[in-house]
Design a protein around this ligand. Structure first.
Ligand code: PHE
Length: 456
C-alpha cells in the first residue's frame, strides 16, 4: 500500500535529516545572542531543563503522530481524527512553516552574502565601526539581500525537488557530519586563544541573579524553535521514518545533537568574543558584526571566517529544507501536484514573502502592520502564535484525543506492555506540557504584560 511513498532509507539518514532540521540558525545565530542577552550560564541550565522535560517528549509525540498518519501534517490529522476539526492543527503547521521559511530565508540570504564576503576577504583592514556600517548598509539595501534570499531558496528547492531519500536524506548525510567537523575546528581555535576562560565562564558559570521570568519563558520558546517543534516539521519527517525505527531513541538523539551544537556554537563564539574584549550581548548582530571583528584580530582569521560562515549556511540550509518539505508535501499530497510543480509553486510564493521580509530591513522599513515590520510580523505570527498554538494542540491531541494504545504502539511497538518511562511521558504530555506551552503563549502575545498593567 505504502510502497510508493518516498521515505528515509536508514537510521543514520533519519537522524541526519531530523538533526539537520533542528540544528540551524536557531543554534548558531540565535542561541548565542539570546543567551548573551539573558546573562549566560543560568539561562543555559534552564534551557537544558526544558529540552529534557518538554522538548524530547514533544518531538517524540510529533514523530509518532506523523508516522501513524503517514502524511503531511494536514493529511495526518485527517487520517487520525477523521470528521473532526483537528486538521486545523495541520493547517496551522503548514502556515507556520511557510511564514518561518519566508523570514528564515531572508536571514539565510545574509549568511550567503557574508560567506561570499569572507571568501573575498572583504573584512580585512576594516575597523569595528566600518564592519557595523557594512552590516547596516547591506541589510538596508534593496537588491542584494533580495537576490541572496532567492538564491538561498533556490538551493533549498534544488534539494527538496529531488525527493526525500535522494534529496533530503542524501544531502543531510553529507552536510551534517561536515557541519560537526567545522564547528569542532572553530571550537579548538576559540578555546586556545589567550583569555578564553572568561568566555567559558560566561557560558557555563550560572549566575541566577540574572535570571528573571522573561528569561525562563524565552528559554522555553528558544527550546521549541531550536528543536523545530510545533510546525509540522517533525510530523512530516516522522511520516518518512520506517516502522522499525525506535522513535524514542531518534527523538532523544536528535534533541541531544541539537543541544550539543548549540553549546559548541557558544564555545566557538564566547571565548573568542571575550578574548578580544568585545561585549557578549550585542543582539542579532552578534555573528554578523561582532564575529568578523573577532576574526580580523585572530591569527588565521581569514580561514576561520570562511569556515564560520560556511557553517551558518549549511545549518540554515538543512533547516530550510525541512520547512520547504512541509509545504511541498502538503501540495503534493493534498493538491495532487507533482513534486516538481509543488516545489516550483512553493519557491515562487515563499520567494515573494521572503523578498518582502528581506526588504523590511531596508526600503520597507517604514511599512508596518500592528507596529511591526513585515519581517517582525511574520516572525511574531509564526514563532509566537502559530508555533505555540500548534504545539499546544498537538500535545492535547496526543494526550486526550488520540488513543493511548495507538501512541504506545508507535513508541513501544505493537502489543507491548507500558513501561515506567512511557507512563512518565504520558503524564508530561497530558498535564505538564499543555500548561507550560500555554504559559509561553500567554507570555508571547503579551497577555501577562496586559494583565500586569490592568492591576496597576
Ligand atoms: N530548528 C531550526 C533552527 O534552530 C529552525 C526551524 C524551525 C526549522 C522550525 C524548521 C522548523 O534554526
Amino acid at each position: 500500500m505504502q510502497q510508493s511513498r518516498d521515505g528515509f532509507s536508514s537510521r543514520f539518514g533519519v537522524i541526519a535529516a531530523a538533526a539537520g532540521s533542528a540544528i540551524g540558525l536557531g543554534n548558531i545565530w540565535r542561541f548565542p545572542y539570546v543567551l548573551g542577552e539573558n546573562g549566560g550560564g543560568a539561562f543555559f541550565l534552564v534551557y537544558m531543563g526544558f529540552i529534557f522535560l518538554l522538548g524530547i517528549p514533544l518531538m517524540l509525540t510529533e514523530m509518532s503522530v506523523g508516522r501513524a498518519g503517514q502524511k503531511n501534517p494536514y493529511g495526518t490529522f485527517r487520517v487520525l481524527a477523521p470528521k473532526t476539526k483537528w486538521y486545523l492543527v495541520g493547517v496551522m503547521g503548514v502556515a507556520a512553516a511557510f511564514l518561518i521559511l519566508s523570514f528564515y530565508s531572508a536571514v539565510a540570504g545574509w549568511t550567503l552574502h557574508y560567506l561570499s564576503d569572507a571568501v573575498m576577504d572583504n573584512f580585512s583592514g576594516k575597523s569595528s565601526a566600518e564592519l557595523k556600517g557594512m552590516y547596516d548598509s547591506f541589510t538596508s539595501s534593496a537588491v542584494a539581500p533580495s537576490v541572496w534570499t532567492l538564491v538561498f531558496l533556490f538551493l533549498t528547492g534544488l534539494v527538496v525537488v529531488s525527493g526525500v531519500e535522494k534529496g533530503i536524506e542524501k544531502y543531510s548525510k553529507i552536510l551534517m557530519p561536515l557541519l560537526f567537523v567545522i564547528i569542532v575546528i572553530l571550537d579548538i581555535r576559540s578555546v586556545t586563544l589567550d583569555g578564553a576562560e572568561e568566555g567559558l565562564k560566561f557560558l557555563f558559570h550560572p549566575d541566577f541573579s540574572k535570571l528573571d521570568s522573561k528569561a525562563v519563558l524565552e528559554a522555553l520558546g528558544q527550546a521549541f524553535f531550536s528543536l523545530s517543534l510545533g510546525m509540522g516539521t517533525m510530523i512530516t519527517y516522522g511520516s518518512y521514518i520506517g516502522k522499525k525505527e525506535n522513535l524514542l531513541s531518534s527523538a532523544t538523539s536528535v534533541s541531544l545533537a541539537d543541544t550539543l551544537i548549540a553549546v559548541l556554537a557558544g564555545v566557538a563564539i564566547f571565548p573568542a568574543v571575550f578574548a578580544f574584549g568585545i561585549s557578549p550581548d550585542s543582539g542579532p548582530g552578534l555573528v554578523f558584526i561582532t564575529l568578523p571583528n573577532v576574526f580580523l584580530q585572530m591569527p588565521g582569521g581569514y580561514f576561520f571566517s570562511v569556515l564560520f560562515f560556511l557553517l551558518l549556511v549549511i545549518a540554515a540550509l538543512t533547516s530550510s529544507i525541512s520547512l520547504l518539505e512541509v509545504v511541498v508535501s502538503y501540495f503534493t499530497e493534498e493538491l495532487k501536484l507533482s513534486r516538481k510543480t509543488a516545489t516550483a509553486i512553493a519557491f515562487v510564493s515563499v520567494g515573494v514573502f521572503g523578498v518582502l521580509s528581506s526588504l523590511s530591513s531596508g526600503p520597507l522599513k517604514e511599512f508596518t502592520v500592528l507596529d511591526k515590520t513585515i519581517f517582525n510580523l511574520f516572525d511574531f505570527i509564526s514563532s509566537n502564535i502559530l508555533l505555540p498554538l500548534a504545539g499546544l494542540f498537538i500535545v492535547l491531541f496526543a494526550g486526550w484525543k488520540w488513543s493511548r494504545k495507538s501512541i504506545a504502539t508507535e513508541i513501544l511497538g505493537e502489543g507491548k506492555q507500558e513501561t515506567t518511562l512511557f507512563k512518565v511521558f504520558m503524564f508530561i504530555i497530558k498535564f505538564i506540557a499543555p500548561f507550560a506551552i500555554a504559559l509561553v503563549f500567554i507570555h508571547a502575545v503579551g497577555l501577562i504584560d496586559i494583565i500586569g498593567r490592568i492591576k496597576i
